[in-house]
Design a protein around this ligand. Structure first.
Ligand code: PGA
Length: 249
């Protein structure tokens, strides 16, 4: 069975003062039956690793460079994230694809860099509203999946997050049928490519997950957890989502 994962993406939010949220989360979910991951800005990775104490909360980066070192001002190598205490890194988030023109080929190289540094890559894919309205959702996410996920990986080193771009930060959420359709499709695509290993990949849903919709979303087949943005910033918001995931097991 795949262990469920509640992942939080703090995006460009958070300073030392916000680490109290992590301490609170660690206390509330000391014996959670699901994996918990928080991805703060890179400046907070080391401090968050300290703040989570002996709890099982994992800490991850939000991006890494495809190269292992060199003249890339402002960028962070995967091994540097690991050195700061990270065990995971998000790659290919739609905000990076949109803001920095990251293609799926670049995302694949970043995932390979993450793996080389021993980090679990959380690879994000998802269609825009325009693509969905044009009936191209499965084409788009299928193409992103095959180009972004490196060969020779499995669920121990790679997590897939399906995040419809139009659902991120908007309060709009696909119907449960729409989520089921995409997750089922992704699982089938993985099965074609990775044979038996396909069952090991965790498929997260992301985009406006909140306490109020989490239980319904976690009831959908092939949803193994969530990648949560805004509602991961405070323990008060993230904790009920973790609890809903735990209850869905
Ligand atoms: P949201 O963001 O939960 O704020 O919609 C999700 C994400 O971008 O990972």
């Amino acid at each position: 069975m795949r262990r469920k994962l509640a992942a939080g993406n703090w995006k460009m939010n958070g300073t030392q003062a916000d680490l109290a949220e992590v301490t609170a989360l660690a206390a509330r979910h000391a014996d959670a039956g699901v994996d918990i991951l928080l991805c703060p800005p890179a400046t907070l990775i080391a401090a968050m690793t300290a703040a989570r104490g002996t709890s099982a909360i994992a800490v991850g980066g939000q991006d890494c460079h495809a190269e292992s070192s060199g003249a890339h001002t402002g960028d962070t190598a995967a091994a540097m994230l690991a050195d700061a205490g990270a065990t995971h890194v998000i790659v290919g988030h739609s905000e990076r694809r949109a803001d920095y023109g990251e293609t799926s080929q670049i995302v694949r190289r970043k995932a390979q860099a993450a793996h080389a540094a021993g980090l679990i890559a959380v690879i994000c894919i998802g269609e825009t509203l325009q693509e969905r309205e044009a009936g191209r959702t499965l084409d788009v996410v299928g193409g992103q999946l095959s180009a972004s996920v490196p060969d020779g990986t499995d669920g121990t080193m790679t997590v897939i997050a399906y995040e419809p771009v139009w659902a991120i930060g908007t309060g709009k959420v696909p119907t449960l049928d729409q989520i089921a359709e995409v997750h089922g499709f992704l699982r089938a695509q993985l099965a074609d490519r990775f044979a038996t290993g396909a069952q090991t990949f965790r498929l997260l849903y992301g985009g406006s997950v909140k306490a109020g919709n989490a239980a319904d979303i976690f009831g959908v087949a092939d949803v193994d957890g969530a990648l949560v943005g805004g509602a991961s910033l405070t323990a008060a918001d993230f904790s009920p989502i973790i609890a809903a995931l735990d209850a869905s097991r």
